[in-house]
Design a protein around this ligand. Sequence first.
Ligand code: MLT
Length: 411
Amino acid sequence: MSCDALMPLAQPLLEMCRSMGHWALGIGNWALGIVILLLLLCSFAPLLLCPFAPLPHLPHSPHSPNSMPTNTWNRHHILSLADFTTTEYDTVLQTAASFQEVLSRRTKKVPTLQGQVVANLFFESSTRTRSSFELAAKRLSADTLNFAAASSSMTKGETILDTAKTYLAMGTDIMVVRHREAGVPNAIAAEMDRLGVRVSILNAGDGQHEHPSQALLDLFTICTLINPASPRLELLKGKKIAIVGDILHSRVARSNIWSLIASGAEVHLAAPPTLLPKLFAEYISQESGVGSQELLPHSPTPQLFLHWQLEPALQNADFVMTLRLQKERMTAHLLPSLREYHQLFGITRTKLQFCKPNVKVLHPGPVNRGVEISSELMDDPEFSLIQSQVSSGVAVRMALLYLLGSGKAYS
Ligand code: MLT
């Protein structure tokens, strides 16, 4: 058969192949389009879901919040550590560890709280706590509002609750509150709950009551020193921790007592009797709601000791927390002289000889150099953790804002 004779037969076949080719090309283009769309969606979905996506830019490290049960965080306000659970402590520690990692990167910001408003309502002066909360909020991409009582409408007679409601009306999601009177953050939280609004209150220090974020950053500083890869509450079990100084007026000491006792550490308080009344032990037992025999809420054995001399508290201590003499809260003359106080209770390198050889010293700041701690010890990196406390503070406060802010998504 000649080629010409085959042509009529081949023609329809060729036509069919051509249209199949177009069809296949069409399908190919569609498939390519769908693949590109899927890839784009995968890359941008976390951003679209913000602010509720759990830390989309964090790596999947063992303690990354991506792998953490953040939806088990049920606390709506952080006002005190007295009823914090072991799980809550560990959640804060592990979340802070992830943020510590974020803060070590070149780009130290995540979009987690994008669109949320964090208001710093500081009715009392502060350097590090306020700056630390502000930076933490900014690192989480929240919008921040700063308030200072002295330059606010409170000077015209506005009340604390009306001030808080003003910030609420502006769409504030988290209020970080500091006040010289104990109970103010609780009062604002109660009012917000009464109004049925979803704003969270975070206590940044109220009078002589509590300073939860400071105690949590102290805990994080110590735990990361012991195990940087996995800071957990149980790392402090059996450690001896001395808290020395003006315990009577210290909200830092009160919050630290709860967290350290919950960890299973042995807590030794040391101060002159005027700054550490015997009744202090009763206060702790009352606050925890248990009898004085079982002094401690989270432990079956008593772990809290009061000393009116320094040496027994320092003996074999693993960590020493020094506290500022809070002269602004002293209503009576409680000390013979600052010089004598430093001689008896001031922490110096010489006095650290009573402690374990690798003892570390903490101080919440601000420091009265040469009073509660010697200037040279404060600056000695072999013993002093003061600078790491400040750095850890940002990561811990990011964790607290994140847990309160993202917790809203789960309810
Ligand atoms: C506080 O606000 O309580 C500080 O962090 C400690 C102090 O003022 O001495």
